[in-house]
Design a protein around this ligand. Structure first.
Ligand code: CP
Ligand code: NVA
Length: 308
């Protein structure tokens, strides 16, 4: 079953094919009104369930619009309004949804929920973010980087801040797409050692550098994310802010990186916390192209899942 669960569990040639198709579909839509269908509508007659156990703006809207542009239909479901978490097993939910829909996208807390859904579904399942990873985001990020700067292979991505779920998927992508990565952040918020080791084993040069200014020197891409993710307890907010403040992406840090560096953030951003408005709205930022590319990348992911 061609589930899209993580970047490191998807074949690199398949990942590259998905990005090529995303770029081609984006080009084919140039100038078309947003509400119109694509020139090709391979999802006609297909029903896609988008299930959210956490809030979302980009993931929700980009998947919904993407399915419609491909000619399909969507059901956007909130986990709390379903029987999920009210006693029905994830396995039974998977079996039931598989009788109604052709594809399931799930945003959830524990990775085990996603894996259990995929194990028992007879239709493909897409990871729309868990506490551990966010693969769709990084597909969009690579598409965006390559639009602006060409092939990402051999480049260095610097992640500044919390070694969270989005950082994890970047590490997975480093191994699969052949780029290097530096993590700069406080030690208690390092990315999981398992992800660092896997990227190194796949041939990427992964560095941990506590000094953010040393870390960014010569970077091709500087990335950050919120200091408090949806799965982090609110009680950790103050501690996290204190730990992460030295890693704010601001004009001084981008100047230390150099003009070649682009800036990305998966959004939603907290302006003047992890990143200043001057960087978000500045000449090195590609954040809104990045947000747009969620649409194009995920349309290609969904086509790959359904084989159409
Ligand atoms: N980047 C991202 O996944 O945004 P949402 O939480 O709004 O979906
Ligand atoms: N790390 C963030 C990403 C949001 C898209 C979170 O999990 O809340």
């Amino acid at each position: 079953m061609p589930h899209f669960l993580d970047i490191h569990t998807t074949d690199p040639a398949q990942l590259r094919g998905i990005l090529d198709q995303a770029a081609a579909m984006k080009a084919a839509r140039a100038g078309l009104p947003k509400g119109t269908r694509d020139p090709e509508t391979p999802f006609e007659g297909q029903m896609v369930a988008l299930v959210f156990e956490k809030p979302s703006t980009r993931t929700r809207v980009s998947f919904d619009v993407g399915v419609r542009q491909l000619g399909g239909e969507t059901l956007v479901l909130s986990g709390s309004e379903m029987q999920l978490g009210h006693g029905e097993t994830i396995a039974d939910t998977a079996r039931v949804l598989s009788r109604y829909v052709d594809l399931i996208m799930l945003r959830t807390f524990q990775e085990s929920t996603l894996l259990e859904l995929a194990e028992h579904a007879s239709v493909p399942v897409i990871n729309g973010l868990t506490d551990r990873t966010h693969p769709c985001q990084i597909m969009a990020d690579i598409l965006t980087y390559e639009e602006h700067r060409g092939p990402i292979a051999g480049k260095r991505v610097v992640w500044a801040g919390d070694g969270n779920n989005v950082c994890a998927s970047f590490l997975h992508a480093a191994g699969q797409f052949g780029f290097d990565m530096t993590f700069t952040g406080p030690e208690p918020l390092d990315p999981e050692a398992e992800f660092v080791a896997a990227a190194r084993a796949a041939g990427s040069d992964i560095r941990i550098e506590r000094d953010p200014f040393k870390a960014v020197a010569g970077a091709d891409l500087v990335v950050t994310d919120t200091w408090v993710s949806m799965h982090d307890p609110a009680s950790t907010r103050e501690r996290r802010h204190n730990q992460l403040r030295p890693y704010q992406v601001n004009d001084a840090l981008m100047a230390a990186a150099g003009d070649q560096a682009v800036f990305m953030h998966c959004l939603p951003a907290h302006r003047e916390e992890e990143v200043t408005s001057s960087v978000m709205d500045g000449p090195q930022s590609v954040i809104f192209d990045e947000a747009e590319n969620r649409l194009h990348a995920q349309k290609a992911v969904m086509r790959w899942c359904l084989g159409v």
